[in-house]
Structures are given as C-alpha cells and as structure tokens.
Design a protein around this ligand. Structure first.
Ligand code: 7N6
Length: 295
C-alpha cells in the first residue's frame, strides 16, 4: 500500500504466495522484495530492475542477475534511525553495565557495581555507509573520539580519523578502540575481518558490536576470545550461523547481548523503504533503461 500510494500512475501487483510471485513476475519490469530465488528469476522474462528491500545484497544471485542484465538496487538509507539507535543503546548498555544492574534487580539486591562513562572513549565504525553515518551522527553529543574504516580512506568521512581495511593503521585503530561497531557489507574483504588476530589486537576492555552480517566475525574466534577475556563483551544483532542454534555457546555468556537480526525492524522501516523504492522507480522511468543504475 505504501508503494501504491507513492506511485499512483503505475500498476503495482502484490505477490504474497509463491504461486502469486510466479504469476506476477512474468510481466514485471521492476520487482521489489527481500530475495529472488533462482527459479523465480528463471521466469522473470521482462525483469529489468530488482529493488532489494535490504541494505545488504550479498544473499542475492548477483552473477545470475548480472548475466540477465538485471540491475540491482539496495535499500541503503532504510536503516538510519533504527540501527543508529540500536547501536547507541548497545554502547550505553555496556558503558553503564545495565546487564549487571538487571541481575542485581532480579535478585532484589541493592548493591553498587562499577559503571563507566562513554565520554572520552574511542569508537571505531567499520563501514561508513548510511548506517555508519547514522551511528556517527548519534555519537556526536557524547564527546567520543571516532575512527572510521572504509575502502577509500582518502575520501575522509564523518569520523575524526579514517583508515583503510587490513593495513597497519587498521591494527593500530583496533588496539585503541573501546567500542568496535561493524556496519559494513559482507564482502571478500570483510568476511572474517574480526578473527583471532583482531581479538588479540583489541583491548581487553573493548566491546564488539555487530549489526552488519554474522560472517564479518569469525564466530569460533569470538567464542575463544570471550572465554579468554580478550574483550569485555559483545552485542550481536547478527550471528554466523543465523538463526543462532539453541545449543550454541554464544548464548551462555552474560557479557554477550544477542538480538535476533532485529535492529532494522521498526514500523517506520516500511515507509522509508517505500520512499526508496518509489524514488528508484522514478529514476527508472526517467532513464528509459537501466542506465540510471549502472553505478
Ligand atoms: C533481514 C534484515 C538489511 O540488510 O539486514 C537487513 O537490510 C535485512 C532479516
């Protein structure tokens, strides 16, 4: 409905079941959805654009889509406030040690515990896309030093410092970081970026926050790091594997906060998504071809 409202001059077909999807996709030039399975793609003879409803597109059959000349757009920008606020919450949760407070409360125990201050800390944000930017915006009033990590550090960014992936400056940044926020896409470069070596480099008082994709972190190395107290804790909205199996060791740590790939899900997500999709449809109309999406 949100998309129909924004595109009154277009025919918008809603496909809710696999049968409806198969029927609708034959004539569709522009499709939006979470994913596009191979068999559906086979039937998509008229498809020119697949507008993925996610910020991350690593789950799509990208080679197959490229072979068929289908342009792919993502929903970059859909997760500003939702994930920005989630990350700030996660940082403050560990800074103020709310998990320790909650445990005291459950036991009706009026006894002080050590909380810390965010002010003066160093926060590193890996990935300076729309989500990384929203995290940096929200950190602004807290008086922290920020380091950004991106492929093209020469471009600068919203952080006090910007470094590249995997070079010496990156290791140096890791060693100085109190809160490491992963907000990057899953790519060849970022898969397993936070591995045993990274955990050894990180400060034992530092906290890992992953709202990117589970495999950016080597899960076995994370469990080992937590067991050895190589880091203070972790906030994980994404895990590898996902869903996290019931018997997985990560569930057992009191200093691990787990949410079920939930950071992006708020009611406002849909209207933001509809804005992005409608804008892409307009650009598609204007271009008359998929040329508008080449970049
Ligand atoms: C899927 C959420 C994104 O990339 O991670 C989100 O937009 C998708 C459950």
């Amino acid at each position: 409905d949100a998309i129909r409202d924004r595109l009154p001059d277009h025919t918008v077909a809603l496909a809710r079941t696999p049968a409806e999807e198969r029927a609708a996709i034959r004539d569709a030039r522009f499709v939006t959805g979470m994913t596009l399975e191979d068999d559906l793609l086979e039937a998509a003879d008229s498809l020119e654009v697949f507008a993925c409803a996610y910020a991350g597109t690593g789950h799509l059959p990208l080679d197959e889509l490229a072979d068929r000349g289908v342009a792919v757009t993502n929903a970059s920008g859909v997760h500003g406030p939702n994930i920005g606020e989630h990350v700030l919450g996660a940082i403050l949760y560990f800074t103020r040690r709310f998990h320790v407070g909650a445990r005291r409360q459950r036991r009706r125990e009026w006894r002080h515990y050590k909380a810390t201050e965010l002010q003066g800390s160093t926060v590193t944000v890996v990935g300076l896309g729309a989500i990384g930017q929203s995290v940096c915006d929200r950190l602004e009033p807290f008086g922290v030093d920020t380091i950004g990590v991106r492929y093209t550090p020469e471009k600068g960014g919203p952080t006090d410092e910007v470094v590249g992936f995997g070079d010496e400056a990156f290791d140096d940044a890791l060693a100085r970081t109190d809160y490491l926020v992963l907000a990057c896409p899953l790519t060849e470069t970022t898969r397993g970026l936070i591995d045993e070596e990274a955990f050894v480099t990180m400060d034992p008082e530092s906290v890992l926050i992953n709202i990117a994709r589970g495999p950016v972190v080597d899960t076995d190395a994370l469990v080992a790091a937590l067991r050895s107290n190589w880091i203070r804790g972790a906030s994980l909205d994404v895990t590898d594997p996902e869903p996290l199996p019931e018997e997985h060791p990560l569930w057992n740590f009191e200093n691990v906060q787990i949410t079920p790939h939930n950071a992006g899900h708020t009611p406002n997500y849909y209207s933001r998504l509809a804005d992005i999709v409608a804008e892409n449809v307009r650009r598609f109309d204007e271009s008359g071809s998929d040329a508008a999406f080449e970049n």
